[in-house]
Design a protein around this ligand. Sequence first.
Ligand code: DX5
Ligand code: ZN
Length: 219
Amino acid sequence: MVEISTSILSVKKEDIIKTIYNLETAHTDYFHIDVMDGKFVENNNSQLMLEYAEYIKQISNIPLDVHLMVEDVYSYVNTYFSLKPNIITFHIEAIEDEEKLKNMIKYIKENGIRVGIAIKPNTKIEKLYKILPFIHLVLVMTVEPGKGGQELIDITLEKISELKSYIDKEKLDVDIEADGGIKLSNISKVKEVGTNIIVSGTGIINEKDYKDVIEKMKR
Ligand code: DX5
Ligand code: ZN
């Protein structure tokens, strides 16, 4: 059974409160908060995403799954600590140095938050093997990070299946989250390769009946 993490990236400001309520009654497992700093990726939506995350904290108990597409990981991690997210994920491409990477992982865990590492389509999955024992989750990008509504890049599914067999072989306890371009029409091939948590933005938000589409995605 997969969990669904709905990305609210593409929700317009005037619709956000209504959308949070509708997604809550539709039983999304997480709200996926896509934070972009205008440096690691071109878009900068960090102010708006912080506002959305605060609204969610005020009106819902559904956990936050924060995806930091930022260069200055430390400052954004500190900003989101106050909202007590369930998961904070940052990009391996933003912290190359192994020592700094391990310290950041430790820092997030010390604050009682599950730590995820995100990986872009062109980054080799082997880059993560050394730090897998220290993290809770790998977020495999199935599109180039930076915007919603893109097409899933099929080749990234091979990375998920490679990662899954490595995790099983090493008997590690790490969740795999897939993110980008996932909708009802292609979700089965994402599940098949061993994904535990599925992020979907436009694949859910553009649908009329959230409850129906989320139920079908979980099946
Ligand atoms: C892309 C984000 C994804 C994206 C998902 O940079 O990390 O979470 O918004 O949206 P869809 O499902 O529309 O691709
Ligand atoms: Zn995301």
